[in-house]
Design a protein around this ligand. Sequence first.
Ligand code: KE4
Length: 423
Amino acid sequence: METRSLELFAEARKLIPGGVNSPVRACSSVDSTPLFIAAGKGSRIRSADGEEYIDFVQSWGPLLLGHAHPKVLAALREALENGTSFGAPCEAELRLAQAICAAVPSIEMVRMVSSGTEAAMSALRLARGCTGRKKLLKFDGGYHGHADAFLARAGSGVATLSIPGTPGVPEAVVSDTLIAPYNDSQAAEDLFRLHRDEIAAVFVEPAAGNMGLVLPRPGFLESLRALCDRYGALLVFDEVITGFRVAYHGAQGHYRIKPDLTVLGKIIGGGMPVGAYGGKRDLMLQVAPAGPVYQAGTLSGNPAAMAAGLATLRVLRGLDYAALSAAVEDFCRELEGIFAAKGIPARINRLASMFTVFFSEREVTDFASAKNADQTRYTKFYKHLRARGVYIAPSAFETAMVSFAHGREDFRQTLEAADTLEF
Ligand code: KE4
């Protein structure tokens, strides 16, 4: 039953564009209307109609511990007893900075902001400021938040809603944005050969989560590192999704590649609004007020948000990532078996606690092959699961997020629901 969600959505559409505060939540690409969520606990959420769902969206990634983890809530309660914001430094900012620098191999200094978008746009400004160069090289289907420079052939909500280019973004801005297909080292090299010392930075999701999950081919990330070294550009890993998810040390720890700058978000806020960018000391010392590259934010380093992020990382540090990866691998294998038994062509890309089901005969290795997957079947899959209490991403260009709170019963119920799917 979705009566209350429908009522709330009708009201919301009168006052909020599309009835949502972020486009991908609208569920329009899967021919549905959004559930309004009243509560979450562990692996599950409860809708405004009181219906329970196994949640594989997990707020798009921040909740690797699951919803309402007791230690996160306790840390928030304690912080909030002292107020909500001071606009001045507080110890919690230092403690979270220490935890991030200790965990992420390439980060020697870090600046907190309030979203992944803010972190990515600031990292780009820093890269341009440090190199004196203008151009950005990103990958087709890569998503780095909604700052102007990145909204050229982006993934996530831009792909989901098939937004062609992006109204409101001046041509002059995206004219400095170069695009190559993900996993195409030769295309990246060709752009470097053409633009040589004009490229300030390469932005890449070390595992791409915004065209559905697409993994780097062996050698792809290494080729970007080598190109940046050869041409004097900065390599920026956007780890807003993968940071602390693929491994506690991030995808850069998993793949053993050191970027010059890293963009973080989601998990480091534990569900509260937090983003961060960090990297080599000599680069970060260019950021105001230490250096000339300006960036600021009223709620940057907010004490409550820092407390939630710190509590999250402290719990994650002691958890068994390999065991979670193994559980997700087992689940994906069983799901592959269900599709195979039904003669349904499907490819399930997975890494650590993320997976995406592509209804495709062919392997999905970039945005073009992701777009070739059968979106109609994805929509039917989404609706079928939602009707049976399983909540997956309302877009074929997102990745499912499994948490440490997901257990056998969640996987069993999900497989049981998938087993009744008919196309
Ligand atoms: P935010 O500004 O939404 O906090 O972060 C932007 C961002 C940057 N980089 C990557 C790799 C990201 O995935 C994101 C945001 N992710 C999307 C979903 N994949 C957020 C969901 C939404 O837009 O509502």
